[in-house]
Ligand binder design. Structure first.
Ligand code: NAD
Ligand code: TDX
Length: 340
């Protein structure tokens, strides 16, 4: 029996991780700590809210009192920190909240781990901390040795948190691990992100806004494969280490959009090229050799299957996203895309 605090478990990847862990470990208690920002959604956790091995706690990871109180009550064995402001475009509009949640929130959680003791603190980070790779050098990949070189306020805040995690390991001996994953896709993905946004716009026959020329490359991984990698790292990974996670599945944004349109039987005339993202990273590509060699991890879901499953999920779960796009998110969409 282990107790794991999963922060940000009402969001996309954290939510998938909660479901994965409750299914896999019938003797673990999973405690989700989430303050339910615009990106957090209790409906993502609806099917586990009655599970006796699950507890939901609404609190902010930057709220020291609330975090310490929860640690005092639960004395967790592990913390997996997914909680973050995660959208690059929002970080360009309003960096402050990214610094607060992503850096100071990480500090607060690690301080609680130091105060109450912990078997493992795991930081869910991102490949964006490495900056980007040129489009004309397909031979280059991010390894764990690639220097940190960030582009957006979001990636700078994630990199800052990673450095702080390393400092708590070196200075206080906190048993930490860090994972840096490429772009995820799958169920419960908030519709401000590329894949769900394009699926939903296509279903409504609305323009599909490709930034710039649509040539930027991302390395896509099915979310369950990310959850499996984190499960391996927290149980078998070496303390103090960083693990890159990615499935060698690079695609340009325009390729992704065309795949979605084809799958939904919609016309490519819906594609609209809009003003590029400021500081837009050109290409991300992960070298996952370390996690493969040390922990035996390999991605299991092929992109062709994963994208079909994902599209089917959005078709079968309209209730989940229709509420989001008719609520506060509607104002965000109008602000961000109307003048592009
Ligand atoms: P998300 O935006 O879907 O979810 C974030 C969750 O964190 C939400 O439930 C939100 O309510 C919660 N949260 C935000 N601020 C909080 C705070 N101050 N206190 C408590 N809870 C708070 O994000 P995601 O896409 O699921 O990403 C999860 C993590 O994985 C992030 O740390 C992100 O940097 C990282 N990551 C994401 C991707 C990706 O492709 N989405 C890839 C690599 C790494
Ligand atoms: O409307 C859009 N049009 C478009 O062309 C949107 C929302 C995005 N894009 C482009 C920008 C990127 O090149 O698609 C690509 C993917 O964009 P996002 O879905 O915003 O993801 P990205 O910026 O790559 O960051 C994601 O992966 C790494 C997550 O949001 C981060 O949290 C994670 O760290």
């Amino acid at each position: 029996m282990k107790k794991i605090i999963v922060t940000g478990g009402a969001g996309f990847i954290g939510g998938n991780f909660v479901h994965y862990m409750l299914k896999k470990y019938s003797d673990y208690k999973i405690i989700c700590l989430d303050c339910l920002t615009y990106a957090g959604n209790l409906e993502t956790l609806e099917i586990v809210l009655d599970n006796p091995n699950f507890r939901f706690v609404k609190a902010d990871i930057t709220d020291r009192e609330a975090v310490f109180k929860l640690f005092e009550e639960e004395h967790p064995d592990m913390v997996v920190n997914f909680a973050a402001e995660s959208h690059v475009d929002r970080s360009i509009e309003n960096p402050g909240i990214f610094l607060k949640t992503n850096i100071l929130g990480t500090q607060t959680l690690m301080d609680a781990c130091r105060r109450f003791g912990i078997e493992r603190y795991h930081q869910v980070s991102t490949d964006e901390v490495y900056g980007d790779l040129p489009l004309d050098r397909p031979d280059l990949f991010f390894t764990e040795e690639t220097p940190i070189h960030t582009s957006s306020p979001y990636s700078a805040s994630k990199a800052s948190a990673d450095l702080l995690v390393g400092a708590y390991y070196r200075t206080y001996g906190l048993p930490v691990t860090i994972s840096r994953c490429s772009n995820n896709y799958g169920p419960y993905h908030f519709p401000e992100k590329l894949i769900p946004l394009m699926i939903i716009n296509a279903l409504h026959n609305k323009p599909l806004p490709a930034y710039g020329k649509g040539e930027n490359v991302r390395d896509w991984l099915y979310v369950e494969d990310h959850c499996k990698a984190i499960d391996l790292i927290i149980h078998k990974g070496t303390v103090g280490e960083v693990y890159n996670i990615g499935g060698h599945n690079e695609k340009t944004n325009i390729e992704i959009v065309k795949i979605i349109l084809k799958e939904l039987g919609k016309s490519e005339e819906l594609i609209t090229y809009v003003t590029d993202r400021k500081g837009h990273d050109l290409r991300y590509a992960i070298d996952p050799t370390k996690i493969h060699n040390e922990l035996g991890w390999l991605p299991e879901t092929k992109f062709e299957d994963g994208i079909k499953k994902t599209i089917r999920w959005y078709l079968n779960n309209k209730g989940w996203w229709e509420k989001i796009i008719s609520g506060e998110y509607k104002n965000y969409y109008e602000k961000m895309y109307v003048d592009k």
